[in-house]
Design a protein around this ligand. Structure first.
Ligand code: NAD
Length: 478
């Protein structure tokens, strides 16, 4: 414990927890022990240190890049900027990336990076120096490249850092046509893709909507079917948490609680997510927001307030054996990676709850990163070539139908039928399709395989089977 909230530290054994979940799920598959071991292990763990200039002297920075699995290439995973990051954590997150990509049928192996700094303690110039030097260290060891390993944002990093990585990689690889495919999560002006920034949160919201639309499962939980009016608490108002809360509100849910580093706020009638975000931006704290009816100085208490759905979207190890029994939500949707420990999961299921597991729930980010990578390799924005052609075809069709039936559509009806899809619409449609299909694939395994008792185990079983097929097809060289 530090600053009255649960945080990750060297003793959390996050990778061990992921392996524990893997081993449990593996008993529901038929693969031999050696193959399972190959799937589970981290293939390459690169730990390095480099200096930066700080004030009048130097500072040495600890950093990692872990490539968990090469059953598909390139490997893919975010870079975490956090003073709490450690090797165990990066290995765990890299492993989760492998399973995540398999679950949503994104053809990448899993990877993750970590830079052990608190970004708040550095100037923008220092952060740029750290990011560029980190990238050069990856280049030196062949740990980055559009067909090798493709980083993305994670906790503490965003579009700005991805721009620096892209520029460093392109500078060090002059003339490489696909250089900008070496990193995703870039700003749109630097060949990023529409919808990437909000993709993870949008995906979490779709995952929740899909889950609560299954009448049979909601009946078991004692909840009504449908997202409308569902009471939600979100932990973490960063990239994932903010957009999850925003899209859930759009879908008809009520955000009753928000928890941040400095505390939590609650109002059973609903919180205005944008207004809370602006309040925090202006004052530096979630506390003091006028629309809250209750405030909690101990942030973790916010997780335990009345709601239907809890979305931990900050960090790992937030719901543990200590507090799982006090969580009032019926559904936990894991926006963050690893927020629920195996012990907490057992307690929560024993209470009759349901957990939408991280490696599915937050896979929207990597799904749209995949689209960005495809865009970078094809060097053309989605929709650019076919949009006008589609519009002309639709226009001809509408004119023909109006001519045959004698019924004239309103201008609004005409334009909504005729309009070709923008890049954002195509990205969102691909994301939605991925999240919906994957949810039902996991649920089918959960329902139909005897003794599989959690959605996480079902998700692992599906992932293990897909990765095993890849390894079997590849064979072993030499
Ligand atoms: P972020 O840095 O944008 O936001 C994290 C937020 O959580 C911050 O506002 C921070 O103040 C808050 N926070 C930190 N500790 C907290 C605590 N103990 N209680 C309450 N709030 C706390 O990070 P992010 O990109 O939103 O990532 C959050 C989680 O989602 C991480 O586990 C990350 O691995 C996972 N994830 C992120 C993406 C992505 O696309 N960014 C994709 C998949 C998974």
């Amino acid at each position: 414990m530090a600053n009255n909230i649960l945080i990750a530290d060297e003793d959390t054994h996050f990778f061990g927890d992921v392996c524990k979940n893997f081993d449990y799920a593996a008993q529901f598959t038929k693969h031999d022990a050696g193959l399972l071991d190959q799937i589970k292990s981290c293939n390459s763990v690169y730990r390095f240190r480099f200096p930066i200039r700080k004030g009048n002297g130097f500072e040495v920075i600890d950093a990692w890049r872990v490539e968990h699995s090469h059953h598909q290439s390139p490997t893919k995973g975010g870079i975490r900027y956090s003073e709490m990051v450690n090797e165990d954590e990066v290995m765990a997150l890299a492993a989760l990336m492998t399973y995540k990509c398999a679950i949503v049928n994104v053809p990448f192996g899993g990877a993750k990076g970590g830079i052990k700094i608190n970004p708040k303690n550095y100037t923008v110039t220092e952060l740029e120096n750290i990011t560029r030097r980190y990238t050069v260290e990856l280049i030196k060891k062949n740990f980055i490249g559009p067909s090798i390993d493709v980083p993305a944002p994670d906790y503490g990093s965003g579009e700005r850092e991805m721009s620096w990585i892209a520029d460093t990689y392109a500078t060090m690889n002059p003339g490489q046509l696909d250089a900008l495919g070496a990193v995703t999560g870039k700003p749109i002006a630097l060949h990023g893709i529409a919808g990437r920034r909000e993709a993870t949160g949008r995906g979490v919201a779709i995952a929740i909507r899909e889950c609560v639309d299954v009448a049979e499962d909601m009946q078991k939980l004692g909840l009504t079917t449908g997202i409308n009016g569902k009471r939600v608490i979100v932990q973490g108002l960063g990239n994932v948490g903010f957009y999850t809360a925003k899209f859930l509100t759009e879908f008809g849910a009520t955000i009753v609680g928000l928890c941040e580093f400095e505390g939590a706020i609650y109002n059973e009638d609903g919180l205005d997510v944008d207004a809370v975000f602006q309040h925090r931006k202006a004052t530096g704290s979630i506390l003091g927001y006028a629309g809250a009816k209750q405030e909690f100085k101990i942030s973790a208490e916010g997780l335990e307030q009345p709601c239907d759905i809890l979305v931990p979207a900050a960090l790992e190890n937030q719901i543990t054996g200590d507090n799982a029994g006090r969580i009032q939500a019926k559904i936990i949707a894991e926006g963050a990676n690893g927020p629920t420990t195996p012990e907490a999961e057992a307690i929560f299921y024993a209470k009759g709850g349901l957990i939408i597991p991280d490696m599915y729930a937050n896979a929207g980010g990597v799904t749209v990163s995949y689209f960005e990578w495809l865009k970078n390799l094809s060097h053309v924005a989605f929709g650019r070539i076919n949009r006008r052609f589609e519009e002309n075809t639709n226009l001809n069709l509408v004119n023909m139908v109006e001519g045959i039936t004698g019924v004239a559509l309103t201008p609004l009806q005409r334009s909504s039928i005729i309009k070709g899809a923008s890049e954002l619409e195509l990205v969102n449609s691909g994301l939605e399709d991925t999240m919906i299909r994957s949810y039902h694939e996991i649920r089918e395994t959960f329902k139909n395989v005897d003794k599989i008792d959690t959605l996480r185990t079902a998700a692992f079983v599906g992932a293990i089977n897909k990765i095993a097929v890849s390894y079997q097809n590849l064979g072993v060289w030499p």
